[in-house]
Design a protein around this ligand. Sequence first.
Ligand SMILES: *[C@@H]1O[C@H](CO)[C@@H](O)[C@H](O)[C@H]1NC(C)=O
Ligand SMILES: *[C@@H]1O[C@H](CO)[C@@H](O)[C@H](O)[C@H]1NC(C)=O
Ligand SMILES: *[C@@H]1O[C@H](CO)[C@@H](O)[C@H](O)[C@H]1NC(C)=O
Ligand SMILES: *[C@@H]1O[C@H](CO)[C@@H](O)[C@H](O)[C@H]1NC(C)=O
Ligand SMILES: *[C@@H]1O[C@H](CO)[C@@H](O)[C@H](O)[C@H]1NC(C)=O
Length: 508
Amino acid sequence: MDLGVLVLSITLALSYLITLGNATKNVLFFASDDLRPELSSYLGPNFPSPVHPPIHSPNIDTLAAKSLLLKRAYCQQAVCSPSRTSLLTGRRPDTTHVYDLGTYFRDVGGNFTTLPQYFKQNGYTTVGMGKIFHPGRASNNDDPISWSEPYFHAPNLMAWNTRESWKAVPESEWKEKPLPDAQIADHAIETLQRLAPAAKGSKQIPFFVAVGFHKPHLPFVFPDSMFEHYPKESIKLPDNPYAPVDMPAVAWLKYDELLRYEDIRTLNVTADINTTLPDDVVLNLRRAYYSAVSWTDLQVGRVLDELEKLGLANNTIVSFWGDHGWQLGEHGEWTKQTNFELGTHAPMMIHVPGLTDKGISTTELTEYVDLFPTLVEAAGLEQLPICPKNSSGIALCREGTSLMPLIETPTEPIKKASFSQFPRPSMFQIEEMGYTMRTDRYRYTEWPKFIGSPDYKPDWLTLAGVELYDHQTDPEENINLANNPKYQTLRAQLSQQLRAGWREAQRV
Ligand SMILES: *[C@@H]1O[C@H](CO)[C@@H](O)[C@H](O)[C@H]1NC(C)=O
Ligand SMILES: *[C@@H]1O[C@H](CO)[C@@H](O)[C@H](O)[C@H]1NC(C)=O
Ligand SMILES: *[C@@H]1O[C@H](CO)[C@@H](O)[C@H](O)[C@H]1NC(C)=O
Ligand SMILES: *[C@@H]1O[C@H](CO)[C@@H](O)[C@H](O)[C@H]1NC(C)=O
Ligand SMILES: *[C@@H]1O[C@H](CO)[C@@H](O)[C@H](O)[C@H]1NC(C)=O
């Protein structure tokens, strides 16, 4: 740290303390489902796809403009419950032992203290609604111990679970039967109104309100007015509707989740490598996905407006994330559940009043396990120790790093690489575990045989595939270089780094 940085740090720390006073900060914690970083605030070299219309996301972009915007954040496993469980416990899938959508971390990983639970233990009123944990069996119905009050789900959630992959809903229909995310936003607004007096009163009982939106998850259901942001002719086909050259078959996902919808099933597609959907279907799905993103954005805006109206915005930390990336026909691939950049790269931002108001954008590598320690530090709670190798008996520890230093030095790396993983042939029947690592320049992936309970570790000697993509020359990951003779020295280095794992990649 040079002198300039030191002085800056002290100045920032002092101004933070002055702004903070003795006030405890509230937390408003947003999640969105299946949202890739396809937002205008992400435009630039690390945007997931260069083929897209301008995305209409004014509310999230406004939040991004006053946040620490993490342009290169990676989830730890690109599917709902494993990713969310990892973020909410601050531990990685090989520690939570949650790789699928049915297993509850307290049954298989340990009795870990979650992020909202930690705030609850520290005197916060914690209230959750919508999709935060993966609902049902995977969280024993939203992990009741995490919340101060009964959990809320949108009453119309199942009623809008259409049989078709998307639906642009006319006003007459959504007026009659409100869409789930609007119900969740309504509930969030009422909750903030109800908690505001205690949060602003002399006793200052702070809140942690978690608001989980369901879109843009399939089926893409949104008010038809959202289409106005995306004229049909603005939608383009992906420019790489083929699998990467020399991709190992194990990397491929047969996107069953999409094939289930009636309009897609009747197309009789195989979903095999190097096939894709008919062009008109691809264009319609992309248009509907973007519309669903704008619909989510609208709901985020409604809740943020209420926070402002209640005079709480300058005393409330706001975080926003999408649980993982999404493939919209790039590589001929659909949905999530891959180890590609498009599967693992996801949006994340944190507004800390008094500290990030001018907007700080960073392209340093970050991970979803970092959010827990970051919010803990931003709120001034006691920090967590780093987890030992076996932390199954430890309620409170972290496998990520607070990102607060990025506020002062956004170009100073926090870690050397981000790590994600995904099982094959499926998350419910694990034979291989793909371990992937993003360094500043490369994505490197190995697909070893997986040794399950009680060891939960890879057998690095039995590999079903290796991938190496150079993001400097190939940002779309179209060419696997792992078997190219010219890259063998680099491959050996990256292999060693991947196998050494996240602990060795921590710089601080
Ligand atoms: C899990 O930990 C919580 C405290 O975080 C405790 O109240 C609860 O009894 C524990 N459950 C079990 C099964 O040990
Ligand atoms: C898929 O298509 C690409 C580009 O045409 C080709 O290089 C690759 O070998 C194909 N992969 C398979 C498994 O057929
Ligand atoms: C799909 O298969 C069904 C049953 O074989 C057939 O009736 C239908 O016409 C096929 N659809 C298309 C689009 O090929
Ligand atoms: C926050 O906003 C409220 C109402 O807008 C104002 O009364 C208060 O002084 C502000 N606090 C800080 C720390 O800026
Ligand atoms: C991890 O530690 C727990 C005790 O906290 C122990 O029961 C368990 O066997 C250990 N697991 C491994 C794989 O060593």
